[in-house]
Design a protein around this ligand. Structure first.
Ligand code: GLU
Length: 460
């Protein structure tokens, strides 16, 4: 009985460095990587820089940085100081020349008269192939309008030829790429047949759409992967979100680590219809991941982003590190991107002077007169406390029983305390904030609030 020889699983991502790494390419890279890892296969990175006019090193760098940021590592490539560099088509001209020569020798392609371009002969037929996501796909060659160019010259191959040669030489078993490549695949199959190559298995991923169900483009917002890093999205959150773009894990769970994704990923659960890139969903996912960070990682994250605008954030950055760490921790549950950071941490600045309206100090069931009384009583009580009591575990029960002993209402006292310390309607609890800013500043802020409210009453 003939033994079936199973091909080693090998996938690739083959970006053209003609723009910043697109989130759609990052998603394709992830699916290729997950598919290979799950089956103990290999994942290859190939930079398709045959278009010399449009390819730029800075875009190649953006691809490499983006993939590394997501933690997508490729398994082979030219040695660059003990690490794997990417394969670059610009460095593989000899292979394309050989294939072009073979096509010409076999009369499958011809050089245009009086020119250098090489044209592949197309006969009228229907190319049929099985797509792992879409099933049977049929593409009539008549839809292309005849023969097509595969190289501008022997030294200048075009995408179709270079991709086909490389998929063969790199022994790619599965080509997983965007739906926009469906008709290219038919051309590639024709080329493979003419060159007596193997045909890999194909899987075409659903397009990424914006919320208006149009093809995701710059018009609808950022499409560059690293622009999300720069806005404070965490790599783990981004990776998790990208995995859900067109792949349905089944079940309720939507949070997956990279390893969990490797274990659960399955091409059969990739949908055919377009996948909507939903910023709100991505942001809420990021919020979840931010909440999971330990305090050191949270501090690193916060500092990194505050440093982007040192001038504006000099006061927060100049604070004692412990204070910044503690402030970040109290706001951890409210952070979803870098965007909110400055606003949420504003109260933590030592020179914060409370730009809030005095009315905000009054709890909904309380009065201005009572609030004035609570604010000064709190300030006096705090002055009596020792610095060693200035920790949440001591401060909280002490003030709560102090309120109870006076028959006051927690809300009526703690609401103005919190507003006096943060100026916000929604903020972390008053004790947590008091501990971050310290006893002296707490008292100063209560006195300031007291004065503010008193002034507003006497001004009436
Ligand atoms: N260089 C092509 C692109 O960036 C990749 C196509 C492929 O995966 O074969 O769209």
């Amino acid at each position: 009985m003939a033994k079936e020889i199973k091909r080693q699983i090998r996938t690739r991502i083959a970006p053209s460095p003609t723009g910043m790494l697109h989130v759609g390419t990052a998603r394709a890279a992830l699916f290729n990587e997950l598919f290979a890892r799950k089956q103990g296969g290999e994942f290859v990175l190939r930079i398709e820089d045959t278009d010399r006019q449009r390819s730029e090193k800075k875009f190649e760098q953006d691809v490499l940085t983006g993939l590394k940021w997501l933690g997508l590592e490729w398994d082979e490539g030219p040695d660059i100081g003990g690490k794997y560099g990417p394969y670059r088509q610009s460095e593989r001209g000899e292979f394309y020349r050989a294939a072009l020569q073979q096509l010409i020798d076999d009369e499958r392609a011809y050089q245009v008269p009086h020119g250098e371009a090489i044209v592949f002969r197309v006969s009228e037929e229907e190319i049929v192939f099985t797509d792992l996501i879409r099933g049977t796909v049929k593409v009539p060659t008549s839809s292309w309008g005849g023969d097509f160019i595969v190289a501008r010259s022997m030294n200048d191959p075009l995408y179709h030829l270079a991709a086909v040669v490389d998929d063969q030489l790199m022994q790619i078993s599965h080509v997983i790429r965007g739906e926009d490549h469906l008709t290219n695949t038919a051309r590639h199959i024709l080329l493979q047949r003419s060159l007596a190559y193997e045909t890999p298995q194909y899987a075409h991923l659903p397009l990424l759409l914006d919320e208006g169900r149009r093809k995701l483009s710059k018009r609808a917002g950022d499409v560059s992967l690293l622009s999300y890093r720069d806005k404070g999205y965490l790599a783990d959150a981004m990776l998790n979100y990208l995995a859900l773009l067109g792949w349905n894990p089944g079940g309720q769970e939507e949070y997956f680590t990279h390893e969990e994704l490797v274990r659960s990923f399955n091409l059969s659960k990739v949908q055919k219809g377009g996948a909507i890139f939903n910023q709100v969903k991505l942001t809420s996912m990021n919020k979840h991941y931010l909440q999971e960070l330990d305090e050191d990682k949270l501090l690193d994250w916060g500092k990194k982003y505050l440093l982007l605008d040192q001038k504006k954030n000099h006061e927060l950055l100049g604070m004692e590190e412990g204070r910044l760490k503690a402030a970040l921790k109290t706001e951890q549950g409210r952070l979803s991107t870098y965007h909110e950071l400055e606003v949420l941490l504003d109260w933590a600045r030592p020179s914060w002077a409370g730009e809030y309206k005095s009315d905000l100090l009054i709890w909904r069931e309380s009065t201005a007169a009572d609030t004035i009384n609570y604010l000064s009583a709190l300030a006096e009580e705090f002055k009596l406390m020792g610095n060693s009591d200035w920790v949440e575990e001591t401060l909280t029960p002490r003030i709560l029983s102090w309120i109870r002993a006076r028959n006051w209402h927690n809300g009526a006292v703690l609401w103005p305390m919190r507003v006096a310390l943060t100026g916000r309607e929604n903020s972390p609890g008053p004790f947590a904030v008091a501990v971050v800013v310290g006893k002296t500043e707490t008292v100063t802020r209560l006195e300031l609030a007291h004065k503010k409210l008193q002034d507003s009453i006497s001004g009436e």
